[in-house]
Design a binder for this molecule. Structure first.
Ligand SMILES: Cc1cc2nc3c(=O)[nH]c(=O)nc-3n(C[C@H](O)[C@H](O)[C@H](O)COP(=O)(O)OP(=O)(O)OC[C@H]3O[C@@H](n4cnc5c(N)ncnc54)[C@H](O)[C@@H]3O)c2cc1C
Length: 233
């Protein structure tokens, strides 16, 4: 998996803090932005995060490029309706020369199962190539490609949606591959805008586990995991 933070709103924390201040100030916008220091901005963001005044987080936007992830992952990812996506097409891009794929660790750690898995990938590609050789268009031949096939996707989310995404997908109840992606995205935005993503992560960072009976039961370990992520920057 390769994850890059392609671009962000310039001065993302300043933009969000200025938007928040505007709600409560009688002075004009330029004065608001010019008067405040980065420390003021961080304090304001901390306050709005506590208050739940999260609408202003939507003014900061983050764009990621993601490669080497399975279609199983991207299918889950695109359920996040407030994000924007551009994904490599299996209609316009043909995989006649083969396709890369993701092997789950549970399979990779079991030599016999790994062999069965690889055979299935080879068979899928053989079928794909035969269909293509017979003149079947890529958009139809792709029906034999597996969930494991790698994809490329560009994702844009605002800070509010990202915090929501991290809450769901950094949780240990999330599927392992999308969880790994969410953790890496969180690591990248913590570097770019630490105040905006302070205490961001699975639901159990902010209080009791929201998963109820489905809880992993490991909230202390999860909290340590995300403290280590933030401290490792
Ligand atoms: C552990 C886990 C297991 C899952 N298992 C399944 C499963 O078995 N089957 C399945 O189908 N899905 C499953 N999902 C996907 C899940 O149901 C959601 O579709 C996905 O997580 C997107 O979440 P969302 O709708 O909150 O987020 P987004 O689409 O990112 O929306 C963010 C928020 O905006 C608001 N919002 C967005 N659109 C609307 C709207 N139209 N109306 C009102 N409010 C809106 C909501 O408050 C929403 O929480 C699973 C997700 C997780 C994390």
């Amino acid at each position: 998996m390769f994850v890059t933070l392609l671009t962000t709103t310039p001065e993302a924390e300043r933009v969000v803090a200025t938007a928040a201040r505007l709600c409560y100030a009688a002075v004009d916008c330029r004065a608001l932005a010019e008067r405040s220091t980065p420390e003021d901005d961080r304090e304001m963001i901390s306050r709005i995060l506590k208050l739940g005044h999260h609408g202003v987080l939507e003014h900061a936007v983050f764009t990621f490029a993601v490669e080497g992830v399975s279609r199983a992952l991207t299918h889950q990812l695109v359920r996040h309706r407030l994000a924007s996506f551009a994904q490599q097409s299996q209609r316009y891009v043909a995989f006649d020369g083969g396709f890369d794929y993701e092997m789950p660790p549970s399979v990779a750690s079991h030599p016999e199962m790994a062999t069965i898995f690889k055979q299935a990938m080879t068979e899928a590609h053989t079928a794909y190539r035969r269909l293509r050789t017979a003149g079947i268009p890529a958009e139809d031949a792709r029906f034999v490609l597996p969930n494991a096939a790698h994809s490329r996707i560009i994702i844009t989310m605002n800070a509010r949606e990202l915090r929501h995404f991290f809450r769901l997908r950094c949780c240990r109840r999330a599927q392992w591959e999308i969880r790994a992606l969410a953790k890496e995205m969180l690591r990248l935005v913590l570097v770019a805008a630490p105040a905006l993503f302070s205490q961001s992560g699975p639901g159990c960072l902010a209080g009791p586990c929201p998963e109820g009976e489905m809880s992993c039961g490991e909230a202390p370990a999860v909290r340590s995991e995300f403290a280590a992520l933030a401290n490792g920057l």
